[in-house]
Design a protein around this ligand. Structure first.
Ligand code: FAD
Length: 414
């Protein structure tokens, strides 16, 4: 890993960090925050690092003159004033930079790249966690209020043996699917189930649960496209996208909501299917919901439990109901308050979600249930992670034609 920033950029980042935290009790130093920023972007590298360097330069211009030489109070005032005027693009860059600096303060982690358990032990007294009253899953009280024991669940994810290397990659595949996310993996699964030999080519790395730690900055750098700082082309929005085996399904919350669901859709909401039909995409509502039913049954999707998040969900729903009852806005009064479905282990079983709160940096306990990531059809579908090697070579594909109307699937025994 080469140093991502030069001395001038590091000095500016430190001056900005001090200004952003002016008047706030910092329990780690500005140098440590800057160290985290450098570490994060050293891992991300590539065009995102180039963009950040440019953003740093633009922000420094926006905060000029002589920002780094000013006393910290003047710097803090200048940042505040500039951020209030956010119409000019460099100020947007500054706002994003502020988010990154905060993430690198609150993401402070001790003990480097220790494995999951050892990492939690090393961070038992993490000063930032203590400052904000955060407790790592290992040290949380699971008895009062009662919650599932946090321990590993096995059998719900891809077996490492189904991740290929250059050495185990075959010379021929019937079908190559690019990307192992919800779209690619489902397509590969279905094609494999029809008897084809399928290769999934995945740009990102393979992180089974036991490699996932609570070091969020490291996990986000490893599992997300551009280390979680991918933006729209005009840089206005951050777009989170997984870049690993399983794609975004590895880092998502497993919340399953249906489009156009009876009883869950706000009664005042426009009819989505009618809208699609009006723009030339008619959908048969019955077939649409039958597909949802099939997926729900296939993946064992079930309603989240009221204990979720140490019963915070119950507080939230009760809070909303109290608000709606007192509200004079008819839309709020009619709003639906309900539990959503979740795609983790079935409720009431030991593999149900333990609600540790780390879904977005990868489930460390093997409970996330995107069933198509599992070796459902292991003899026929395999994944090549970090697929940047010269293999697979298109010239070596067998080129079999896709199924025709007369084609009958060969079962692969999944
Ligand atoms: C943080 C987060 C939380 C979310 N929470 C929920 C939720 O609770 N409920 C819900 O329904 N949805 C949620 N989503 C959305 C949902 O996960 C995505 O919509 C879905 O996974 C998208 O599937 P996909 O296959 O289109 O893309 P992705 O899952 O993003 O997969 C694309 C894959 O293709 C790979 N790839 C791309 N280009 C190439 C290439 N050229 N060569 C090789 N590989 C390539 C990428 O590395 C990636 O792994 C969440 C998403 C995120 C990011």
């Amino acid at each position: 890993m080469t140093a991502p920033f030069d001395d001038g950029q590091l000095e500016f980042l430190k001056a900005l960090t001090e200004a952003l935290f002016h008047g706030v009790d910092m329990v780690i130093s500005a140098d440590e925050v800057v160290g985290n920023v450098a570490d994060l972007f050293g891992r991300v590298g590539g065009t995102k690092l180039d963009e950040l360097r440019t953003a740093l330069e633009l922000t420094e211009i926006a905060l000029a003159p002589a920002f780094v030489e000013l006393d910290v109070e003047t710097r803090a005032n200048r940042v505040r004033n500039r951020l209030q005027n956010s119409g000019w693009d460099p100020f947007q860059d500054m706002a994003r930079l502020r988010g990154i600096i905060y993430a690198c303060y609150y993401g402070y982690w001790e003990g480097g790249d220790l494995p999951r358990e050892a990492g939690q032990v090393a961070n038992k007294a993490n000063p930032v966690h203590r400052q904000i009253g955060f407790t790592l899953p290992k040290y949380r009280d699971r008895i009062d209020p009662p919650d599932l024991e946090i321990k590993d669940v096995t059998g719900r994810e891809i077996h490492p043996g189904h991740i290929l290397t250059d050495a185990t990659l075959a010379d021929e595949y019937d079908v190559v699917v690019v990307g192992s996310g919800a779209g690619g993996a489902v397509a590969a699964h279905n094609v494999a189930a029809q008897g084809y030999k399928v290769l999934i080519v995945e740009a990102g790395p393979f992180y089974p649960s036991h490699r996932i730690t609570h070091h969020e900055l490291e996990m986000i750098a490893a599992l997300y496209k551009h280390g979680g700082v991918q933006t729209t082309t005009n840089s206005d929005f951050v777009i989170f996208q997984g870049r690993c085996v399983g794609g975004s399904s590895t880092v998502n919350n497993g919340i399953c909501l249906r489009v156009n669901e009876d009883g869950r859709t706000h009664p005042d909401a426009p009819d989505v299917l009618a809208k699609w039909a009006s723009i030339g995409a008619p959908i048969d509502a019955a077939a649409f919901h039958a597909s949802y039913d099939a997926v729900q049954a296939r993946l064992g999707i079930a309603r989240a439990e009221p204990r979720s998040g140490r019963h915070n969900g119950t507080h939230l729903t009760e809070g909303w109901k109290a608000h709606a009852a007192a509200s004079t806005d008819p839309r709020e009064k009619r709003a639906v308050t309900d539990w959503f479905d979740k795609n983790f282990g079935p409720p009431g079983t030991p593999s149900a979600c333990a609600y540790c709160g780390y879904c977005n940096s990868g489930c460390p306990y093997g409970r996330s249930g995107w069933a198509w990531r599992r070796p459902i059809c292991p003899r026929r579908a395999a994944t090549m992670a970090r697929a940047s090697s010269p293999k697979p070579r298109p010239s070596r594909f067998c080129g079999r034609r896709p199924p025709t109307a007369n084609w009958r699937p060969r079962r692969c025994g999944w």
